[in-house]
Design a protein around this ligand. Sequence first.
Ligand code: ATR
Length: 277
Amino acid sequence: MKKYLVIGNPIEHSLSPLIHNYWMKKYRLIDSVYEKRKVEEKDLENIVKEIRDDEIIGMNVTVPFKQLIIPFLDELDIFAKNTQSVNTVKKVKNKIVGYNTDGLGFGQTIDDFCPQDSSMLESIDLILDGKNIFILGAGGVTPSIISTLEHKGGNIILSNRTKSKAEELKILFPKIKILDWGKKPKNYDIVINTTSVGLKKDEKINIDFSGCSGDKNKLFYDLIYNPKETNFLKEARLRENKTMNGQMMFLNQAIYAFYYWTNITPEIDDGVIKLLD
Ligand code: ATR
């Protein structure tokens, strides 16, 4: 049996096993199975050893271990290096390599995003060039989001409840501006929620965006995909702003991980979308 898994803490909520097992079945990788495992920081070294010993073939890493796993790996790909964050691991020629597919998945999603009511989107790179992007949160996935958006020419304004964590990210990304939690920038085109606020139905981000009511050019993007519509997105929809949830980014990062492990690029079909609904 070829074993794959996702590690994290908590991990119960992870939909990665559903998605990857679906693809393993679809592409007839009949001797492969993908599991989830709740681990503690002290377990990381042993898990990497399991990969070294070929007991695990591929691994996804989620919060809070995306950075903590790095000291146990032999090499990082360019995206993992730039973001100091790893979400995918495999063994390549006796080296344990950490990859980051979050930024790739996010970038793919942004590239595919083309609002039906707009003719202006020839290339999202053009659209993002010089745009002000307000990012909420400084957790495990935020460096990947910043890295991708900066690469596409966006100006990043970052706000996190714990300001010191935002300031740590400024070391990695010196161009970003930092704003106190609760405030909003004067000018912004896109707002991205990377916090965990909204995972529970009644949670709400207490920032007042009512000033942009009726602005159909502003995009509110929530990385959360379960629930499908957080209060952050619901309020934006009611204000008639553009909205997008994290479903496609989640799928796209999984597609890249699956490709790294198997050399197969899985397609997004109705079956896999249904798994996320
Ligand atoms: P981790 O911080 O372990 O990487 P995460 O789920 O990736 O975990 O990140 C959680 C993010 O949601 C953080 O930015 C966190 O802010 P803090 O750094 O201040 O903890 C943010 N967050 C969680 N609950 C929040 C709340 N009630 N209000 C505002 N931000 C919150």
